[in-house]
Design a protein around this ligand. Structure first.
Ligand code: ATP
Length: 235
């Protein structure tokens, strides 16, 4: 599980995160939906440990990690630009997170499993520049999952894909997430994506969580004008 207790993060006078309280259950696919500048990325970076918070606590599987550095949090993150290393092959990119941590045979086993699952077996020897956007995205997913993280953080991972690629990528992300029962926090400003992916969704604005529920609940039962105009069914 992922829990935020009264988490606040301020840049000068701007509250990027304003008293955020949230609990995401184990295995849940949780989507943070909100307009540009609402604080989504800041929230994700705080959970990853890439951003210090000013006050409040962050718990992973019940353990307080507020002061724990990123590499000791057992989270994996996928960004919108995938951040693959250009001078490394797809295979080298994928194994990097576990290179010095697992034995060769186990690494090979995981690479085989993930690359067949993500349909990149034939691409392992290529460099990122020789891949399409969708292929890069699948390679980035493999790299994030090879460590078998407890928590998976994704920040608009599909925004560089075209509409068709996006639909198949959504399906794939959901399948891999379910198979591995990874607690997932997924950030987007795209309502359709939230609808298609989320077990539950939180609508965010100005650093605050405005409403939380299943996509159906939030869509048909918007509690404020903002939520209605952004996501729900306007009255
Ligand atoms: P987008 O969808 O455009 O990525 P977002 O919802 O992810 O937006 P954040 O990136 O979390 O929003 O930013 C929240 C607010 O905090 C914004 O107003 C932003 O300008 C501000 N902000 C983010 N990072 C910094 C920083 N390092 N210094 C100052 N202000 C920042």
């Amino acid at each position: 599980s992922v829990e935020l207790r009264s988490v606040t993060k301020q840049y000068d006078k701007l509250k990027a995160l304003d008293q955020i309280n949230l609990k995401i259950e184990k295995g849940e696919f949780f989507v943070i939906l909100g307009p540009s500048g609402s604080g989504k990325t800041t929230l994700l970076r705080a959970v990853a440990g890439l951003e210090r918070v000013d006050s409040g606590n962050i718990l992973l599987e019940g353990r307080d990690v507020t002061e724990v550095p990123p590499h000791k949090r057992e989270v994996a993150m996928v960004f919108q630009n995938y951040a693959l290393y250009p001078h490394k092959t797809v295979l080298e990119n994928i194994v990097m997170p576990v290179e010095n941590q697992l034995d060769k045979r186990e690494i090979l086993r995981r690479v085989e499993e993930l690359s067949s699952r993500l349909k990149i077996d034939a691409l392992l020897g290529r460099y990122p520049s020789e891949l399409s956007g969708g292929q890069q995205q699948r390679a980035a997913l493999a790299r994030a999952l090879i460590k078998r993280p407890r928590v998976f953080l994704m920040d608009e991972p599909l925004s560089n894909l075209d509409a068709i690629q996006r639909i198949s990528a959504r399906k794939l992300i959901r399948e891999v997430q379910r198979e591995n029962n990874v607690t997932t926090l997924y950030v987007t400003h795209d309502q359709i994506e939230a609808m298609a992916l989320a077990d539950r969704v939180a609508v965010m604005n100005n650093g605050k969580i405005i409403q939380v529920g299943t996509p159906e609940e939030v869509y048909s039962n918007a509690e404020s004008e903002f939520v209605a105009s952004f996501f729900g069914n306007p009255p």
